[in-house]
Write a protein that binds this ligand. Structure first.
Ligand code: SF4
Length: 471
């Protein structure tokens, strides 16, 4: 398995950073626990049925995506909005930049959206001399710090309140404040001005409802609602996989999303947006656009065995449950999506050759699949991707030694007498001082506690028991 020396060092730094470890471990532990309570049988007796239903709905929507996308477009048009189909992230940036220039807009406000992180929209707009300001508190802090999100749901989960105090005072020139409520007030005062001055509000979309043409947004801070109602133009950027067939399917997803992500029954705000302001309405944008982005999604769609990677509703539960994510942290995943979902979708979107180590960034413990509200079989997809990596390595004649070792292991495992002899030899070797500091064993042992072999093997104990010498 190939991992760059740079990535390896970065992972080693993260693992050895006690402050980072504590921040990530405690935040993810809190989210994990809240999820467990929120989906307990007492709270949500039909949890497993809801998961199955969500899985089937996503499957159906993706298998009939052409039909539902057309239906969604027709409904948005009927409400006075416009739908733009973008093949690539670059096209999304070009559309928004052109729109901003045509309308004389130089300031844009944004609500939290992983889709726009995926395509580096802020940077694309910056290159066009446009200012795009993040308005979710965590995202805003990271934008000031010039960092990308660390977690799908809680982007600044790795920052302590002391870090936030430093960032706000250094970047905004305000007095250093360590109390989180005071920090929120500082951000609020600055952002309120931006909301009022911005010409375009950009949002993502949690769901696109085909039979009503609604864009559904869930959030806790109210910033997304302001983003889409204060500026005169609203642009929603969404991946095509966000489609669900009917408004009546929404409760299934809404019941699962917040509970899985933050342990809430529902998020504080759930907004349904369908078109620009009507004649009798007092607020809302006068122009409404939905950009439906492909950016590689149809490639995943074409692969029936891994298609379910597109079912993801970005709740972040698999990150909180993953022992690898909790150790190496979000910034060690190469793309916007981190954790188990990042490990399966990044190679599929960007090509396995770019980061072939990603499918191995998992202990295959199955915790991700257990908590996933839409029942994505992440471990199975990881294994499929690993097979693809090894197939490619074999084709290129790489890792011959490792392949030989595994073939020898498989051969020994199929010969009971040989296996027993190898076990005895390994136990003897492990007792010899210095054996674990030789060759590849040193690398293996450097990251592990290596207990002393038992005085008698299982086979020996079993034989003694059969002979009546043991109870
Ligand atoms: S893969 Fe499942 S658990 Fe992970 S973020 Fe997506 S929906 Fe949530």
């Amino acid at each position: 398995m190939i991992i760059s020396a740079e990535r390896k060092q970065s992972i080693e730094r993260a693992v050895a950073d006690p402050k980072l470890q504590l921040a990530v471990y405690s935040a993810t532990a809190r989210l994990k626990q809240k999820r467990v309570e929120a989906v307990s049988p007492a709270e949500l007796p039909d949890y497993q049925q809801l998961r199955e239903c969500a899985h089937q709905l996503k499957k159906h929507a993706l298998e009939n995506l052409d039909y539902y996308l057309e239906q969604f477009e027709a409904n948005v048009l009927a409400h006075g909005g416009k739908v733009i189909f973008a093949q690539t992230g670059k096209q999304v940036g070009e559309f928004i930049a052109t729109l901003a220039k045509q309308r004389g807009v130089s300031l844009l406000v944004k609500s939290k959206s992983m889709t726009t992180e995926e395509i580096h929209l802020n940077e694309a707009l910056e290159r066009e001399k446009l200012e795009a300001v993040e308005t979710d508190l965590g995202e805003y802090i990271l934008q000031l710090a010039h960092e990308r999100p660390f977690h799908i749901v809680a982007p600044a989960v790795h920052k302590t309140r002391h870090d936030v105090a430093d960032i706000l005072s250094q970047k905004l020139g305000v007095q250093r404040e360590e109390v989180p409520e005071h920090q929120a007030m500082i951000a609020r005062r600055t952002l309120r001005e931006k909301f009022l001055a911005a010409g375009i509000g950009i949002s993502g979309a949690n769901f696109l409802v085909a039979d009503s043409g609604a864009v559904v947004l869930v959030e806790n801070e109210g910033n997304a609602r302001l983003c889409v109602s204060a500026p005169p133009i609203h642009v929603a950027v969404a991946g095509i996989e966000k489609i669900i067939p009917r408004a009546q399917d929404l409760p299934v997803f809404l019941k699962l999303l917040a509970r899985s992500g933050t342990g809430q029954r529902l998020t504080v705000y759930t907004s349904f947006l369908s078109g620009p302001r009507r004649a009798a309405e007092v607020d809302g944008p006068s122009e409404f656009y939905v950009v439906l982005m492909n950016n590689g999604r149809t490639k995943l769609l074409a692969d029936s065995s891994k298609r379910e990677s597109l079912f993801c509703i970005r709740c972040g539960a698999c990150l909180n449950a993953c022992p690898v994510y909790r150790k190496i942290g979000g910034h060690n995943y190469p793309w916007a999506y981190s954790g188990p979902i990042g490990a399966i979708i990044t190679p599929q979107y960007q090509g396995l050759s770019q980061d072939p180590w990603l499918p191995y960034a998992s202990s295959l413990c199955g915790a991700c699949a257990e908590v996933c509200p839409v029942k994505i079989d992440i471990p199975r997809i990881l294994l499929e991707l690993r097979h693809e990596v090894t197939r490619e390595e074999r084709r290129q004649g790489k890792n011959g030694l490792e392949r030989f070792a595994f073939r020898a292991y498989s051969w020994v495992m199929r010969k009971p007498k040989l296996y027993a002899a190898a076990g005895r030899a390994a136990a003897l070797g492990a007792r010899l001082p210095g054996m674990l500091s030789l060759g590849p064993a040193r690398l293996w042992a450097s990251q592990r506690e290596t207990p002393k072999p038992a005085a008698a093997s299982f086979r020996q104990l079993w034989r003694q028991r059969q002979a009546g010498r043991l109870p």
